[in-house]
Design a protein around this ligand. Structure first.
Ligand SMILES: Nc1ncnc2c1ncn2[C@@H]1O[C@H](COP(=O)(O)OP(=O)(O)O)[C@@H](O)[C@H]1O
Ligand SMILES: [Mg+2]
Length: 292
């Protein structure tokens, strides 16, 4: 398995609003069908258009960074993918096939999406294996809990993630980073293809950030796709194959990451729209000469 991010960097045809920051020109324009494609997603909260005509593709085995200012619509966008919110309009395709996307159950089963929440949805006083199978327990003859099977699968999936966590460990005794491993192991266990992470490094200690980034790269090497929302641009630049910038509900750029862009450059692209907007507001309101 290649561990070098550049080794797995997918090269392919760029969409209209996509800018290439790639330096190598091995772009063979692979026209692969995206694992997930959303088109023209819109979500309003009353007068606020939180997600404004967003079209985006996610490919198999890629990490897509999603960045933007506070209130740009990142979390709302993820909630449309998980089915927590219902889009006012827009379409979803999974491996090219349209999916009528209506609920969290559809998201899990038809789009194979699993969200890793910042405040992890785990039961602290249950063991790791019990958490892994929570509400999706395996039973023998539909009656008796198949504990042996569940512990065996838990052991296997933790080993896949190269984790030292044991199936019998109590989840409450694990660190924040280790709890994320459990949440991700759950996603693998039920064969989700797409893992969404909203600020996964915000609630954990700094020295565990490395573990989470390694976990993301590990998931990619297993062929999973990840959408990483983070305000830690250095993390996004390190692990993403592509980076999408949301600006007031709209995708302003989709970049192919060449691992040479700096945090400053990315931040400039992120805020460029906002700054122009602020200038134009100030210009209209205060600086325009000769008007009222
Ligand atoms: N449940 C809600 N009700 C009303 N407005 C909301 C709700 N959730 C988000 N918003 C608004 O939608 C916009 C996008 O928010 P959000 O998706 O949380 O942005 P981000 O995650 O990028 O910080 C913001 O203006 C926010 O105030
Ligand atoms: Mg958010």
């Amino acid at each position: 398995m290649p561990d070098d991010p550049k080794a797995i960097l997918r090269s392919r045809k760029l969409s209209d609003n996509e800018t290439s920051y790639a330096t190598d020109t091995t772009t063979d324009k692979t026209s692969k069908v995206p694992l997930l494609a959303v088109e023209h997603l819109v979500k309003n909260f009353g007068p606020v258009r939180a997600v404004d005509d967003v079209s985006l593709e996610l490919y198999e085995g890629e990490v897509l960074g999603l960045v933007g200012d506070n209130g740009a619509g990142k979390s709302t966008f993820l909630s449309l993918l998980t089915g927590y919110y219902h889009a006012d309009s827009g379409t979803f395709r999974y491996r090219g096939k349209p999916v009528a996307h209506t609920s969290p159950a559809t998201s899990r089963r038809a789009l194979k999406i699993e969200m890793i929440y910042q405040h992890l949805d785990l039961a602290p006083d249950l063991t790791v294996w019990q958490n892994l199978f929570l509400a999706e327990e395996k039973r023998k003859f539909k009656i008796v809990l198949d504990k042996r099977y569940m512990i065996r699968r838990a052991t296997e999936v933790l080993a896949e993630l190269a984790s030292k966590i044991k199936p019998d460990d109590l989840v409450g005794a694990l660190s924040g980073g280790e709890q994320q491993v459990v949440a991700i192991a759950r996603a693998l266990l039920f064969e989700r293809d797409i893992i969404l992470m909203d600020e996964p490094t915000a609630a954990i200690s700094l020295n565990k950030v490395r573990d989470v980034l390694d976990l993301i790269l590990k998931l990619r090497s297993m062929g999973k796709s990840v959408i990483l929302v983070s305000h830690r641009l250095e993390d996004v630049l390190e692990v993403s194959d592509r980076i999408a910038i949301l600006n007031r509900g709209t995708i302003s750029h989709v970049l192919t990451n060449n691992h040479q862009m700096t945090i400053t450059e990315l931040a400039q692209l992120m805020f460029e729209g906002t700054i122009q907007h602020a200038v134009s507001v100030a210009g209209n309101g205060k600086l325009a000469e000769g008007s009222d």
